[in-house]
Design a protein around this ligand. Sequence first.
Ligand code: ADP
Length: 186
Amino acid sequence: MNIILFGPPAAGKGTQAKLLVERHGMVQLSTGDMLRAEIASGSDLGKKVKDILAAGLLVSDEIVIDLITANLPRAEAAGGAIFDGFPRTLAQAEALDKLLGSRGSLIDRVVRLKVDEKALVERIEKRFHDQGRADDNPETYKERLAVYNAQTAPLLPYYAAQGKLREVDGMGPVEDIAARIESALA
Ligand code: ADP
């Protein structure tokens, strides 16, 4: 089974992806984590994307599609992928459908975590305070949210048209949200 966890930055995609990994033994494919690992390692790719992440903007479709293509085999070997933070543009969504199709596979479900904007801002302030991730500062977060609304939210009709979209209330305790996600996958 291949799942996309969908939602704005700080919606809880990473947290829920890790719980899905524990429950189902699937592999989390987070393009944000992959890009941060590249930056931390000081690779050429890391140097290229560092300022883009710091500004809260999207890196090129080609870069993230290459990262996903390289990591997909290990997800397939584990029985499926949880895509977290990918796709973020229509071009990425189309490329993912093509990539999976060429491997005799597909996206089974797209789970949208719905969290109101006030709660998102509160969560991000807490994460900035606790973890100090530079792009969680209030100004950059505003930019990330704007990018989500402009470039990523338009994917919702794409997946709705495929009959794959499930809406899940992303507010409340982590384990309640996890239970709602399980129902959405059933
Ligand atoms: P969050 O979900 O909290 O916004 P991520 O860790 O998913 O954060 O992403 C952090 C940053 O990495 C994004 O703001 C963007 O710069 C870059 N990024 C991650 N995934 C993608 C993607 N699929 N396409 C383009 N840029 C991406």
